[in-house]
Ligand binder design. Sequence first.
Ligand code: PEP
Ligand code: MG
Length: 590
Amino acid sequence: MPSTGHDGERIIRGIPVSSGVCQGKLLVLGRTFVQVPEITIGAEEIPQQIYRLEKALIATRLQLTEVQRKVSATMGDSDASIFEAHLLMIEDPMLMEETTRIVERKRCNIEAAFQQAADRYIVAMSAIDDELFRSRVADLKDVANRVINNLMGRQDQNCLSTLTEPCIIVSHDLAPSTTAQLDRHKVLGFATDIGSKTSHTAIMARSLQIPAAVGLKDASETLPSGQYALLDGYAGLLILNPTDATLFQYGQLIQKQANLQEKLQDLHNKPAVTLDGTPIVLSANIEQADEFEAVKACGAEGIGLFRTEYLYLNRETLPSEQEQYEAYHRTALAVKPQSVIIRTLDLGGDKFLSHINAPEMNSFFGWRAIRFCLREQVIFRTQLRAILRASVAGNIKMMYPMISGVEEMEQANALVEQYKAELRAEGIPFDENLEIGAMVEIPSAVITANALARRCRFFSIGTNDLIQYSMAVDRMNEKVAYLYEPTNPAIVRLIKMTVEAAERQGIWVGVCGEMAGDPVLTPLLLGLGVKELSASPGQVPQVKFLLRRLKMQEARELADFALNCESGAEILSRAQTLARNIAPGLFDNQ
Ligand code: PEP
Ligand code: MG
């Protein structure tokens, strides 16, 4: 429940997922056909309500014409012709007449009347035993949804690419395809109804370095666009109509943060080395090919995780071998001589392409990542050939996501060998010594890590999924987010088992999940024997700040304590005490 403060200030509490504070107008994105509340109106208001509907229909028409124009320009007139059907529906007099009848009879607001009329229409169409009519149902829902969003002043998710003024985005959730196309200079922050620290929206916000709070329950259904608010990404608060006192308090916090950022900036060219001289590879995660500027700006050592899914989103065709080669090669050259670890396609989970995979009942346990690639070998071949060709840059490594056992590892490696042979035969150069690693993010991979380590050159622990699968906690679900505990003794032991298996085979272990970006957990990971950390660019300076004040002896003592402790809360508390002792300035806001 939101709490109401003084002078109309209202605070909605969620889960903090990306630090920082921003303030501005809310832009509430509509989602699919939410129920609109019915409000009684006076008879004299009816003409005004009908006028609003007419305006909303005109706005919807304009939006659809614009979408049609874009589709026609990129994909041709035949694909764009489907929008003719959408446009015809808006002009259907029956829908308008039915809506007007409902308003007059029930004396209710036009949004509710339109939704009821559209519902009846949809039910009637679904009942007709004709494929053509049934296929129109999805179109009608889409159009009705657009009209309701326009009536309620909500924007469609697609508007993110064409924002005209900076705003805080409020949404039920943000799909990867939506965040991939947003104009990052116009988005001040994210506030979503659902999600957790490792949900896609959270990772994206950290990658964009904008404040975000998730798990705000029904914020997107109850808040209007245009309302002024402050978003606190440290505490996970969305503060509506903040009072002067609140703004003053946050002004001070922002100033403190600016001072800290200045201090962190000084570390830019300094090495990631512990106080007692142990060098650590501290790299950055990227979500899109051209984020290498952010990698350089944060003082990271190369890229420890390049999530390649974003090359595939928001398009009707798959990226060609040449296009991918160029993206990988450009990125590798940009960070050279440091390395870039390209992760092969991890579609599924929360990332879908309408034309090749679709959400499943249990998407995170379904047809995802390496499972998808091993079956869709044409798609996999294109990517592997592109990565191999790009590897001539000399600093590329590659890893497979979601490896669950040796068979997948062997099958993937065999395909790589096959494509290497093809390239040799074609006289196309590549790095013969390309290092291939496995992501360790499924408990079965930890348990079979000895065997996996014999088949690869490094492990990168994906703690986001490892925690999700070990604790049976859906990483998207804010209701069980409290169970998502990186310091749980089970997780600590799984990381240790992975490190021990790797050490036995003489390969190195990194962590590229979100645990790697939390400075409180840096000593624990290093103490457990992790050699490389890869975090969002915005988190890299803090981790570097902390590890440069850390002695490996302290890290090992913390890890020993954690391995013998039965409580995740106690491990966290001990980790917090150590981090606060050695780097007090980092935690002033917590
Ligand atoms: C992970 O699971 O920790 C990881 C880095 O992969 P993703 O978040 O993309 O699933
Ligand atoms: Mg993962």
